[in-house]
Design a protein around this ligand. Structure first.
Ligand SMILES: *Cc1c(COP(=O)(O)O)cnc(C)c1O
Length: 406
């Protein structure tokens, strides 16, 4: 998408606006599947929570992708998008047994990450095959907000509890058909991931009728020039070798599964905002835009550093700005960032706005959530309308409608 494409999209659909490049999503999907082309059976379960617009789900379905879901609502979105229930895996954490049962009834693969739930589910439904999520206790990345495989994490069944897990399986006669892990959101070091994979292989040896091994996700994508990125090609080569050798040793065909979210959609997205005011203070120059953490919370929540470009004046002289929002609370997008000179009314483009951006948006300050656009075949197509005032009022009940005794 060129700056002209982006500016045209804002003209047509107004700001703030999320726009996703379909070609980039497809290219990332192909990169991943290519890296693992020497695996007999590969399955990509796109993590719906990263970007859950059904047009995006359908785009990925067209590439052959399956889905990873974390709520029954995400499962229903997948089914609405046209996915076969068998092409969906449900990997919840801390949800009720009744929700897990309802999803299993739809024919979706269940992935359980808690021994008490496993025991309850296996006792009631011994015939429904279940995948188990283990926690290999490997620290990925280093940011505890986004590493979910370490010892203090709430996710997964600890590898130290495997004997207990095996006892439950034996007692209930349930069928475990897959082993899963998801170590966190940033794999900086392929060797760390391969180390965790060995733990998955060791665990798998305890189960005789597995159909798949799910290695989760954690592929790192670059946020700016020079950022470390998971070398997917090298990773594919190394893990393929180990996986194929393990499959032979295991003596039964196995599917290698992944659940990428960020890797597939992060870089496809741009978030486009307009500058309401440029405010010079004694210490800095603020560029205040027509959005805030209600639309893009990652910088405030995780300290994510999204690259910001002034696409209205791309060749302007660079100056330092603090880019902030219009929320009545601190909502800093970037501090002391070098950006081409900004004039009020300019359009700024945030990079890496495809994953965990729109899906985390809220109505805080009673603002509308933005429109979403898919850029396909050289054209920007609306895939979600901007909210309206009616959306804000929907489901609210005014006082005069309450039957309160006078
Ligand atoms: C969120 C999540 C993913 C996707 O992680 P990314 O870092 O976006 O690739 C995969 N698997 C599970 C279980 C998740 O919760």
């Amino acid at each position: 998408m060129t700056n002209i494409d982006l500016l045209k999209a804002v003209e047509e659909f107004e700001s703030p606006l999320y726009i996703y490049d379909a070609d980039k999503i497809i290219a990332q999907y192909k990169r991943l599947t290519n890296a693992f082309k020497k695996v007999n059976s590969l399955r990509v379960n796109y993590a719906v929570k990263a970007l859950s617009n059904i047009a995006v789900l359908q785009l990925l379905k067209g590439q052959g992708s399956c889905l990873d879901t974390v709520s029954i609502q995400e499962v229903k979105l997948g089914l609405t998008a046209g996915f076969d229930p068998r092409d969906i895996i449900f990997t919840p954490n801390g949800v009720s047994l009744s929700e897990i049962e309802a999803v299993a009834k739809m024919g979706v693969q269940i992935n359980i990450d808690n021994l008490s739930v496993l025991e309850a589910f296996g006792t009631k439904h011994p015939k429904i095959p279940v995948c188990v999520r283990i926690n290999p206790h490997v620290m990925a990345g280093g940011n505890t907000n986004i590493s979910v495989g370490h010892i203090d994490s709430k996710f997964g069944i600890s590898i130290h509890q495997i004997p207990h897990l095996l006892r439950i399986v034996e007692n209930t006669k349930m069928h475990i058909n897959g082993i899963h892990m998801h170590t966190g959101s940033d794999i900086l070091d392929i060797d760390v991931f391969l180390y965790a994979s060995e733990i998955l292989f060791d665990t798998a040896k305890h189960f005789k009728e597995l159909d798949f091994l799910d290695f989760g996700s954690g592929f790192k994508v670059p946020y700016k020039d020079g950022d470390i990125e998971t070398n997917i090609e090298e990773f594919g080569e190394k893990l393929t070798k180990r996986f194929n050798a393990f499959e032979k040793e295991y003596g039964r065909p196995l599917t290698l599964a992944f659940e990428p979210g960020k890797f597939l959609v992060s870089e496809s997205g741009k978030f486009l905002v307009q500058v309401n005011s440029v405010k010079q203070t004694t210490s800095t120059v603020f560029a205040q835009v027509d959005s805030g953490f209600n639309h893009l919370i990652r910088p405030m929540l995780y300290g994510s550093s999204h690259e910001i470009k002034n696409i209205s004046n791309p060749n302007g002289k660079e100056r330092f700005y603090s880019v902030v929002g219009y929320i009545c609370e601190t909502d800093t997008f970037a501090n002391n960032r070098k950006i081409a000179e900004i004039t009020e009314g300019d359009i700024l483009a945030f990079s890496n706005a495809g994953a965990y951006c729109f899906t985390m948006a809220s109505n805080y300050n009673s603002r509308f959530r933005p429109a979403e656009v898919l850029f396909m075949e050289g054209k920007a197509k609306l895939i979600r309308e901007r909210e309206t005032f009616d959306d804000l009022l929907r489901h609210q009940i005014p006082l005069e409608d309450l039957a309160v005794a006078k």
